[in-house]
Design a protein around this ligand. Structure first.
Ligand code: NDP
Ligand code: 8X3
Length: 253
């Protein structure tokens, strides 16, 4: 029997690439995102390869998430893998110049949305037991702060620590938990973050040989298909072009 994966945020970037990769590998898919038209197009493209169900929902809408996952039909009611990928950054300004509404939306999406989906699907994953997995998409921003990262960095630090703590609680159930933490990756993420600034997008990625969504999709499939006795705890992945700088020193402060 084919395995089933739930991928949140499957309308673009990592989630979309993962949908294609997992479909090619024969997984049934439950794909979510807010953009219904994109979901319909993706389902139409993938359905010849595998069974696909789409759920148009906002992960910040707790009732919608709970209702959607409470009534999954066969074969989608048996969940082997949850990829908690839906997320976003908003703004690149220092904290003192940031919008509070942006901070709250990042917290609502990256923390509250991710935990709502996890809570809704935990019973199904535990029912599948050995070999099932949760893969949470963190970020290098969890461990490597940078100017303008403020709340985004904080939300991804939550994702990493939540993933590790979840592993403790799920001991003995057979459910694996991983946090995959990418660095600079080329996707709509940067357009969302900058309010659609194509120039900022072009400047960031030009010559950077950034991670591509297909690279992350390959890594997700590798994690999900590891033998059932192995658990990747956290995995940071950067493009070779990205590395660290010295600490800054504000001498006049
Ligand atoms: P994209 O912007 O390409 O994709 C984000 C996805 O999340 C979209 O499918 C979007 O769907 C979905 N999404 C956003 N908000 C919501 C919401 N409230 N409810 C439901 N779905 C939502 O970005 P990436 O693929 O790059 O990002 C995916 C994840 O990877 C994010 O968690 C991001 O923080 C993380 N990440 C990204 C990096 C990068 O440099 N790109 C690096 C490290 C981590 P829709 O708009 O249709 O709802
Ligand atoms: C996003 C990656 O490097 O922009 O999670 O913080 S980075």
């Amino acid at each position: 029997m084919n395995k089933t994966a739930v991928i949140t945020g499957a309308t673009s970037g990592f989630g979309l690439a993962a949908a294609h990769r997992f479909a090619d590998a024969g997984w049934n898919l439950v794909l979510t995102g807010r953009r219904e038209e994109r979901l319909a197009d993706i389902a139409a493209e993938l359905t010849p390869k595998t069974a696909v169900m789409t759920l148009s929902l906002d992960v910040c809408d707790t009732a919608a998430v709970q209702q959607a996952f409470a009534k999954l039909d066969t074969p989608f009611d048996s969940i082997d893998l949850l990829i908690n990928n839906a997320g976003l950054a908003l703004g690149t300004e220092p904290a003192q110049h940031s919008e509070l509404s942006d901070w709250h939306r990042m917290i609502d999406t990256n923390i509250k949305g991710l935990t709502t989906v996890t809570h809704a699907l935990l019973p199904k994953l535990i029912a599948r037991g050995k070999g099932s997995s949760i893969i949470n998409i963190g970020s290098i921003a969890a461990n490597w702060p940078y100017p303008g990262g403020n709340v985004y960095c904080g939300t991804k630090a939550f994702v990493e620590q939540f993933s590790l703590a979840l592993r403790c609680d799920l001991g003995g159930t057979g459910v694996r938990v991983s946090c995959l933490a990418p660095g600079l990756s080329e996707s709509e993420f940067t357009l969302v973050r900058t309010g659609g600034d194509q120039q900022a997008y072009d400047n960031l990625y030009k010559g950077a040989a950034a991670i591509q969504p297909d690279d992350i999709a390959d890594t997700l499939l590798w994690i999900a298909q590891l033998p059932a006795h192995l658990n990747i705890n956290t995995l940071e992945i950067m493009p070779v072009s990205q590395s660290w700088s010295p600490f800054s020193i504000n001498r006049d402060a």
